[in-house]
Design a protein around this ligand. Sequence first.
Ligand code: AVJ
Length: 312
Amino acid sequence: MLDPLARDVKIGLTSQPKRLYSKYFYDARGDGLFQQIMALEEYYLTRAELEVFQTQKERLLQIIGGEETFQLVELGAGDGQKTKVLLEYFQQQNVDFSYCPVDISENVLQQLEKRMRAEIPDLTIKPLAGDYFDVLADLKFKNHSKTVAFFLGSNIGNFLADKVQQFLVSIHDNLRSGDYLMIGFDLKKDPKTILKAYNDSKGVTKAFNLNLLKRINNELGANFDLDKFQHNPVYDPQTGECRSYLVSTEEQEVTIAAIEKTVHFDAWEPIFMEVSKKYAPKEIEELAQATGFKVVENLYDSQKRFADSVWQ
Ligand code: AVJ
């Protein structure tokens, strides 16, 4: 029996075209590199969404209605630093809610819980480890209070077109009518701005992509030579897809012991690493409709770089 990483590496590197999955970027070193990316001037997404929260928190509370008790379920909470702005505001307004961060990683959740308890002492926090859909189904079954679900930070952008609808329909199935879902979308904008965000001058994003090859070396006994792969993001303004590739700079063979494979690379052959899709407001509307939701309101930053879209 192969573990999920080994299985996906085997499938991805023996298919044509070759691909790996960005969900595997996040080992301990990858988490650290992503933290560094969020602090980069060129990676505007984090600051744009923070601005949305800082300037639109009153509006958000009006929309979801602070009178009724609710559970705020954050899917893929990460370090929760942006969400904190909203949690603190809801607390100040004496809103009756509990914060339920959901993540696959117990470890991430424990750190988040510790930090939130220290920073917002009176917060009711109920971390839930597990798969998003299982957790939502469980809450729907056990709990009768209103749910406000968050899926922030443009994490939705990592889904390819065929998977995103499936994902949202499953969330829809696990919510009740009257519940809310707020999704963070990075918006279509000047392609140069987008490319810079995924090809920063310090090379942090390059290291973030190469780190997956390093991880495969360490965990699956492979011998990728990181100097023989070039970080190459491209942006298509029509589809809004920013795709990252690692391109083999020469013909070479890489052996991966754990899956007993030697993989051949032609010169300039790419591995598709990640998609970070950008949306136009109209496309957000269409996606909501196609998956059984309706857009209540889009909350934007002042430059309209990013939208947190509130659905019902
Ligand atoms: C964490 C998925 C939102 O796609 O912008 C950052 C990951 N990749 N730089 C994104 C990422 C390269 C990020 N998300």
